[in-house]
Design a protein around this ligand. Sequence first.
Ligand code: AHR
Length: 499
Amino acid sequence: MHRASFTLDPAFSVGTVDPRLFGSFVEHLGRCVYTGVHEPGHPAADEHGFRRDVLDLVRELGVTVVRYPGGNFVSGHRWEDGVGPVRKARLEPAWRSVESNEFGLGEFAAWARAAGIEPMMAVNLGTRGVQEACDLLEYANHPGGTHLSDLRAEHGAAEPYGIRLWCLGNEMDGSWQIGHRPAADYGKLAAATARAMRMIDPGLELVACGSSHHGMPTFGAWEEEVLSAAYDDVDHVSLHAYYREEDDDPAGFLASGSAMEAFIEDVVATCDHVRAKLKRRKRITLSFDEWNVWYMRPMEEEARPWERAPRLLENTYSLTDAVAVGGMLIALLRHADRVKIACQAQLVNVIAPIMTEPGGPAWRQTIFHPFAQASRYGRGEVLRVEPVSPVVETAAHGETPLLHATAVRDGEGTVTVFAVNRALDGPMELTADVRALSDGLRVLSHEVLADDDRHAKNTRENPDRVRPRPAADGTAVDGGRLRAVLPPLSWNVIRLGGA
Ligand code: AHR
């Protein structure tokens, strides 16, 4: 039995969780939009063609904000093709697909309302620039009396969409990005676009592109140059990261949450370096607007025929993937002071917690569950957790603690501990000193995501194989100490409340 411990004290808090930490991402990629969120003619479709079964799962998942329309897709996108009565089908080079544009801004805004989420739009800074970003903003947010705002009304939306959160392009540091450019050029373009957009709508929150991943050769220098040009004009800088099990190294893969923390800390350091250099008071916050597990397949890179909504990036996730995702959620919560927005990529079918079949059912992948529980219980004040834990040596990320954990205290004083036991070889006895929390504290529940087979998956035929279950009896608070046994390779949610 492994043994680990930590102390919880409300006097030591990291910060308040921004609900937008539980965001997601809908890109025009594969079947995320078409036959994912939108499938007219499906038995569950509403009058807009939105799948109600998917909407129900999105609500259950607890998604708060959704980034749209890309991703790599946005860097060649003409938003005008997706509004009004005449839609133009176009070649979409980023994902080598035919884009029908049947679903566009108006459909997304209506879907966002139906789902109860905040929209987060990205503008195209790949093939387009300041003028087109301003046009899109005027169309979306201006009340009326101008060509573009009146056009929106003609298209059926008299009320402006009121979109507050905007990304200034996507992954502009990446050579694969349409319109990729050097940091200094992108920094100037981002600053100019931000200034012009704020002239139209001063209340916007703007995200500058950071690095596409921590391992980019330009990482650090990119953030420094971009922020040196755009510090005063943007609020957040983006981070993107995808992890996967490689070389049969599950321990290294399970350390992904810690790798994500290291990435966040490096970006914070770079932002604060620019702040010091420019002698500013304002702090840039982080938008981790793409994160997940992603098993890239060579066929996605290959030349394929031009098709509408091809099956791309349809990963089926295992229990191991779900525990790794749990670790990523813990990483985000542990940095809630600086990470204000995070979007799991993506929402439906494409590296997603929700899967659908065209004309068929929708179901929850294994990774659905940690997200839903974190969103449901991870609201409030994050308490500082410093685990004392055995470590494992991993090829990918060096020495990594076997216990990864955080705790969130809500407005009523209920404390939720989120904990991952990364050990593959045995359970872990967790002891937490909770004397500084309220008297009479007791365990309200302990739910576990685990399985005898670490490769177990949820499929259309067996959609609930992996789901949270109550832990075996024995989790209790006694003499100011919480004791729990965390099964090998498990995600745990332990709720503590008053008598
Ligand atoms: O989420 C899939 C892709 O990953 C996005 O389009 C891109 O931004 C990233 O490289």
